[in-house]
Design a protein around this ligand. Structure first.
Ligand code: ADP
Ligand code: MG
Length: 459
């Protein structure tokens, strides 16, 4: 049989299988990992799927290949093997990174529209597109809502209110909306600016008595995006002006997108009517990332940097850098930059070394109470003895060890530690720290004991 005929028939099967996989694993997983797979070859019962990167191959192989093979067998019992291979040319358009998104729809109309907005709209980062945004459980609602706004011809909800902690992708989504709209319909006026800039412009307009001109800038806008709106909390006149602008635009059925670090109802210093108004549309929060999303983001960034980073290193980073995406990105950049600079391969050891400060900051926070509990358990004394005045060696020594560990594992000061140990003086804590250090250098059994405790508490 001709290979081409085989491929044609297999294509229909592959489409069915993909639909099943989507149902089985859900949208987020499907989009990130399974949709990028394309059918490469289908000959003599051997199926080859193409995937755009090595990392994706490893990941899909490890997590989804069993299911994919089983599905193939159900579709076609004649299939004997299903392989997955890296093939860069075969990635679908969605996986291709657009370097100059503005260029997609470049034309005279866009140019003039862009010029008209130049005075007020903030510059956009070309990397912050939907294509470069990795979707996971924690951000899928925000992503879907942002896409909806970007693709809509009528206003789907007003406003779209995006909120979440720092570095989780709010600004990224807002830039992405702007890029998307500008590329698709350059005649639409989109203004993106930070709340701070909004405030600054407004105050300047007040000073030069041209608030009319300020208002005019917003009158003809189709989409207004204001980033980090928490910054205008507590600023009465700016808030008032913002409220008017907001209402005027909503009345004219123009789209508004707002971001903040808190939900509308938690925005302190914001007038009640403004808070409730902000919550009228769709409120989408971006949660902290989970491990899987962090790993996908790292992979996407590593590909983008065209750096070959071992899977082990990416997994390590995804485990350890849990604070936010900006920090995760920064960590990867540092590791890659270091390797390039010293001309060595990226290894786990080098990574740990380059990032030791960051890794420490991301380490789990240990409390003094936890330390006291663990140490008391270990030495078989009562927790109350951590606070008591008893001086017997059997309780005094463990108490000193606990103080020592509190100094090592927390950022508490000596007086703070003393207070937690039954209101002891900071000199007592200092003495305990010195004593334990001294004992550790002279007694290896004791030292090992303390080290073991430390590791147990930290893990
Ligand atoms: P925020 O505005 O919420 O503080 P940003 O949008 O500035 O956060 O994101 C911080 C950095 O992390 C940016 O470089 C952004 O591109 C990146 N980032 C955040 N979320 C994602 C994601 N889901 N996929 C890819 N990059 C992301
Ligand atoms: Mg931001």
């Amino acid at each position: 049989m001709l290979p081409g005929r085989d491929l044609g028939a297999a294509s229909a099967k592959w489409e069915r299988i993909q639909r099943h996989l989507r149902d089985e694993f859900g949208d987020a997983v499907f989009k990130s990992w399974l949709r990028p797979l394309t059918l490469g070859q289908a000959e003599g019962g051997e199926i080859v799927l193409f995937v755009p990167t090595r990392f994706m191959r490893d990941w899909v192989d490890r997590h989804y290949m069993d299911r994919i093979r089983r599905r193939w067998n159900e579709e076609d019992p004649a299939v004997r093997s299903v392989q997955i291979r890296v093939h860069r040319g075969k990635s679908p358009p969605s996986a291709v990174t657009s370097r100059t998104p503005a260029g997609e729809g470049a034309g005279a109309a866009e140019q003039s529209a862009a010029e008209g907005q130049a005075d007020i709209s903030a510059p956009l980062d070309p990397r912050l597109t939907f294509e470069n945004f990795v979707v996971g459980k924690s951000n899928e609602l925000a992503y879907a809502a942002a896409r909806r706004v970007a693709e809509a011809t009528t206003v789907p909800f007003n406003p779209l209110f995006l909120y979440g902690g720092v570095g989780l992708g709010k600004t990224h989504l807002m830039h992405a909306i702007t890029w998307h709209i500008r590329a698709r319909d350059p005649s639409r006026r989109v203004i993106y600016l930070s709340a701070e800039k909004f405030m600054y412009q407004f105050i300047r307009a007040l000073r030069y008595r041209n608030t009319m001109a300020f208002k005019d800038q917003f009158r003809s806008v189709d989409v207004l995006m204001i980033d980090d709106v928490q910054f205008i909390s507590g600023r009465e006149t700016t808030q008032e002006e913002f409220f008017h602008t907001f209402n005027a635009l909503v009345d004219q059925n123009r789209q508004i997108v707002i971001s903040a670090d808190k939900s509308p109802s938690d925005l302190e210093g914001m007038k009640e009517r403004m808070r409730s108004r902000l919550g009228w549309g769709l409120v989408a929060d971006i949660h902290q990332t989970d491990y899987e999303l962090r790993l996908s983001i790292l992979q996407a960034k590593a590909d983008h940097l065209e750096a070959s980073v071992p899977l082990k290193v990416l997994e390590f980073l995804a485990h350890k850098i849990v604070s936010n995406v900006r920090e995760l990105e920064g960590a990867l950049n540092r590791v890659v930059a270091h390797a390039t600079l010293v001309g060595r391969d990226i290894t786990l050891e080098a990574t740990q070394e380059v990032l030791h400060d960051l890794l420490r900051a991301n380490a789990r926070r240990v409390t003094i109470e936890e330390i006291q509990k663990r140490v008391a358990e270990h030495f078989n004394i009562r927790i109350a003895d951590m606070h008591s005045a008893r001086r017997a060696r059997a309780v005094a020594r463990p108490r000193q060890v606990a103080m020592y560990l509190a100094k090592q594992l927390t950022s508490r000061s000596l007086p703070e530690i003393g207070r937690k140990f039954g209101g002891r003086d900071h000199t007592t804590v200092m003495h305990a720290v010195r004593k334990v250090e001294e004992l550790r250098s002279g007694d290896s059994d004791f030292s090992e004991d303390v080290e073991l405790l430390r590791r147990m508490i930290e893990s």
